[in-house]
Design a protein around this ligand. Structure first.
Ligand SMILES: Cc1cc2nc3c(=O)[nH]c(=O)nc-3n(C[C@H](O)[C@H](O)[C@H](O)COP(=O)(O)O)c2cc1C
Length: 172
């Protein structure tokens, strides 16, 4: 199973559009997919204690555990992924062990292009994840007023999906 996570809590999120585009491509490849949208799947804040047992957290942990690859689409907040993405990793922790991870980011400007590195480092060093060195980084220019994604970005999402799944299949 392939898991796609959208971590934005904004109902008009652009990174969710990236996640949805990745879902379309994964489905076209005939792969089993789950979409975890943190806007609708409300997780408790990680407290290192009872939050792990809450049903929404347990469900997320199960999905991460079952996934052979995880795609994370996140907003850039304060030169990092958003707190909801970090909270998901805090809650699901060791379920990430050895996962192949692809990242997609929506940012306000060009300058924050290394914002995924904090979470990428944590996933690599804490959980030995293989983070694919091909991030899809976008700014507002990648989206039309009607929320259509620029074709060049769609090509990059295709490349990320193909490369992530190729490596996930190889290490399985
Ligand atoms: C609290 C906050 C912090 C932000 N920090 C950054 C930042 O450090 N760098 C940047 O390029 N954009 C920043 N932005 C702009 C967002 O990345 C941008 O609006 C993006 O589209 C959000 O993703 P979303 O549409 O999927 O929610 C910030 C926005 C908010 C609300």
């Amino acid at each position: 199973m392939i898991l796609v996570v959208s971590s934005s809590l904004n109902p008009r999120s652009r990174s969710r559009l990236l996640a949805q585009a990745a879902c379309e491509r994964i489905e076209k490849m005939g792969r089993v997919l789950k979409f975890l949208d943190l806007h609708s799947h409300c997780l408790p804040l990680c407290d290192g204690a009872s939050a792990y047992g809450e049903p929404a957290a347990a469900q997320a942990t199960q999905w991460v555990t079952e996934a052979s690859a995880v795609f994370l689409a996140s907003p850039v907040y304060n030169y990092d992924v958003n707190a909801a993405a970090k909270n998901l990793v805090e809650l699901t922790g060791r379920a990430w062990t050895g996962k192949v991870v692809g990242m997609m980011l929506a940012a306000g400007g060009q300058g924050s292009y290394m914002s995924a590195m904090g979470l990428a480092n944590s996933l690599m060093l804490d959980f030995r994840c293989l983070v694919i060195p091909r991030f899809v980084y976008t700014t507002g220019e990648a989206f039309s007023d009607q929320d259509a994604i620029d074709p060049t970005v769609l090509v990059r999402i295709d490349q990320l999906v193909e490369e992530t799944l190729r490596i996930a299949d190889a290490v399985r």
